[in-house]
Design a protein around this ligand. Sequence first.
Ligand code: PAN
Ligand code: ZN
Length: 196
Amino acid sequence: MMNIEKLLSCYNPATGEIPGAPVLKRHLSDLKGCFAVVEAYDQVLTQSNPLLYSVSAVEPAGGEGDLHYGVGMIMPGKIGDEYFMTKGHLHSWRPAAEFYFGLTGDGVMLLEDEATGESRMVELRPNGAVYVPGRTAHRTMNVGRTPLTYFGVYPAKAGHDYAAIAKNNFRCVIIERHGKPELVERKTLTPAARHP
Ligand code: PAN
Ligand code: ZN
């Protein structure tokens, strides 16, 4: 049996912090190529490099049937009409699915089937659980005005593949239109449509 420190960890749902767990912080400069409107990204970056999100990870064991989890916190904010978001990834072990549980704030997840490109926007809210199937790229956005925190549980051997997203990005973009998040195809974002 594992020792008690590995069997229990306590997370702070307001900050996403877990005492003793490593924290990964991503700033705007780490998300080069993620936002659709490059001019808006570059303009903000010349003035500041805000923290977009942090993830604390708990990895009790790395065996075949083991699980890991991460608690994420995404800050509120936008680059142009796009919300602050995560880099997004596929799992290196493609069949690996994941559960996300909303803790605080208002979020959405962008899910994209790797084989078909089919995309969905799913709300990530307190008391809501989002199932991310295997072979599905996933990216999370804060669409509210307060920090978004969430809990993600995934197989220990899932791994993160960022390279595929860095190469082709997601097919769709989630932007704010009339005060609400909307899913649109990236290719429809002509310069005119980008700045309504
Ligand atoms: C999450 C993510 C977390 C940060 O724990 O890693 O939301 O997103 P990026 O990894 O895309 O920067 C998860 O999905 N793990 O598999
Ligand atoms: Zn994942």
